[in-house]
Design a protein around this ligand. Structure first.
Ligand SMILES: Cc1cc2nc3c(=O)[nH]c(=O)nc-3n(C[C@H](O)[C@H](O)[C@H](O)COP(=O)(O)O)c2cc1C
Length: 136
């Protein structure tokens, strides 16, 4: 199975998460500034949320994708307050007719004292279980 990982991480939370995915998926995490070079079966895409929005660079990366080059996207998100930071990415992908894995993985990502310490070891373990499920 051919896999790829793309992410955007302002404060290192998503980066910590995608590093844990890399071991299981067998590919190196790259930022969304690096376009997909080849067709993949599964693309893991991760980001946090800032002032209620996923960064523009993530949305631009999604615009560069086509349903021919990606079998399925699995979404990873962290946030301090909202429950589903991945929803914006899911909506943008579905508008482009790109298949998105039925379940997303989301966890707390600290913003000052809110969600302090997250993503923590338990979050990373839960993420690994999600990744195994996607790759099954
Ligand atoms: C300036 C700033 C704005 C944020 N805005 C939101 C927000 O609107 N909603 C929310 O749930 N989390 C918000 N967060 C929390 C981030 O989404 C969270 O820290 C996330 O883990 C960041 O991931 P990253 O470090 O990989 O970029 C904000 C954090 C910062 C620093």
């Amino acid at each position: 199975m051919k896999t790829a990982i793309r992410y955007y991480s302002k404060f290192g939370h998503t980066e910590k998460m995608v590093k844990a995915i890399a071991e299981l998926a067998g590919c190196d995490p790259k930022t969304v500034s690096e376009p997909l070079e080849e067709k993949v079966d599964v693309l893991f895409l991760g980001a946090g949320i800032f002032l209620s929005k996923v960064d523009k660079s993530v949305m631009q990366f999604i615009e560069s994708l086509s349903s021919d080059s990606v079998g399925c996207v699995a979404l990873i998100g962290s946030s301090a307050i909202i429950k589903e930071p991945t929803k914006q990415m899911r909506d943008a992908l579905q508008k482009r007719n790109i298949k998105v894995y039925e379940r997303d993985f989301t966890c707390k990502g600290s913003m000052g004292p809110i969600g302090a310490g997250h993503p923590d070891a338990d979050d990373i373990e839960a993420l690994k279980s999600f990744v195994k499920e996607v790759l099954k």
